[in-house]
Write a protein that binds this ligand. Structure first.
Ligand SMILES: [Zn+2]
Length: 360
């Protein structure tokens, strides 16, 4: 299989890469960046196929080099994923799953990093004679997760390139990558995927009903990987809980604290952020319903009767106040405000029980 041909909606980047290869102008270091699950690592693998294929007019997709790149077993292709300490077994497992399933998005533990040892290992590899007389490709996924020392070591590889060694970094947000590395990489942005494509893939792969697929596709904001992860994480239940939590009216001001306390540890910064993001899409649906946008345009089309009911009950000003309040709550979480406190403030404000700024 020619991997370039299987990647959807990244034609711009692929055309540039193939053109550069055809004219011998490929850079030695690339940074592919863009939302989660749009095909950054897959595009890196596809470029590796082009660089390692043994036939004229590469990639042919069928020689043994191309096949080994597709299976991620090529000895001159090195892939690095962030991992927990000593997590090489995890890395192997993730890469095997990635090779076996075209839509698989490697699962990276939240605090995982790329260690200096891992990059030193690569340096050793890249200074050794190659297994075959050809190129060598190093892919570093989530390059922003390199520790400072690891990033310095990676910089050395980039600054002193061995002929025929190509480095491809991927990340969501280039600002997380060391500026000295950024300035030496050719940056290529991979686009968010069209919502209809994500919907269609969810229906085909997971057998979801159209309106459920639409919900996850809308939440995922262009990342197929994120959509698949959301579909598996029961985001609909999280949505329903968030609406109940924020939209059940408070009896009195004291109830905000009681409601927050009842959640206790179940309401950490991550849960609060997820709820906040879900609520923002809910409130923007309320506005859309008030403006009589068609149901297909809604994120929460599966809750249309509930949306209509609430849109009738709330004034435009009340909906806007909710949006501002939740945005403020998300901002407070960014500033590491205690999530329970942030929730209390938001509940009081939504219920009109504070006139002044919320207590965070
Ligand atoms: Zn080939």
């Amino acid at each position: 299989m020619i991997l370039f041909d299987a990647i959807r909606h990244q034609e711009g980047v692929i055309t540039v890469l193939r053109g550069a290869a055809a004219s011998g102008r490929l850079a030695h270091a690339y940074l592919f960046w863009g939302p989660e699950g749009v095909g950054k690592t897959r595009t890196a693998q596809a470029l590796a196929q082009l660089l390692l294929c043994s036939r004229p007019d590469p990639p042919c997709g069928s020689c043994s080099e191309c096949e080994r790149v597709a299976r991620l077993t090529h000895p001159d292709l090195h892939c690095v994923l962030p991992g927990a300490r000593g997590g090489s077994a995890d890395e192997r497992k993730q890469l095997e799953a990635f090779a076996a399933d075209f839509f698989y998005v490697p699962q990276i533990p939240r605090n995982a990093t790329i260690s200096i040892e891992r990059i030193r290992g690569l340096k050793l590899e890249s200074s050794k004679a190659r297994v075959r007389a050809g190129n060598r490709v190093i892919v570093i996924r989530n390059a922003g997760r390199m520790t400072h020392e690891a990033a310095q070591a990676a910089l050395k590889i980039i600054e002193e390139p061995q002929p025929g060694t190509f480095l491809i970094l991927t990340c969501r947000d280039p600002s997380r990558v060391l500026p000295t590395i950024l300035s030496r990489c050719q940056r290529m942005r991979l686009r968010a995927l069209p919502r209809e494509y994500i919907e269609g893939t969810l229906i085909e792969r997971l057998g979801l009903e159209a309106e459920v697929a639409r919900f996850f596709a809308a939440l995922a904001q262009g990342g197929l990987g994120r959509a698949l992860a959301l579909a598996e994480s029961d985001a609909r239940t999280a949505r329903d809980r968030a609406i109940e939590l924020f939209e059940t009216p408070l009896g009195d001001a004291g109830e905000a604290a009681r409601r927050a306390q009842a959640l206790g540890r179940g309401w950490d910064a991550e849960a609060a952020r997820m709820a906040g993001e879900l609520l923002l899409t809910w409130y923007s649906d309320l506005l859309a319903v008030r403006h009589e946008l068609p149901a297909e345009r809604l994120t929460h089309g599966d809750r249309l009767p509930q949306l209509r009911r609430q849109a009738e009950q709330l004034s435009l000003a009340a909906i806007r106040r909710r949006i501002e309040t939740v945005e403020e709550m998300l901002g407070a979480l960014e500033q590491h405000v205690n999530p329970l406190l942030a929730l209390q403030g938001a509940l009081l404000r939504i219920n009109g029980l504070v006139e002044a700024d919320p207590p965070f």
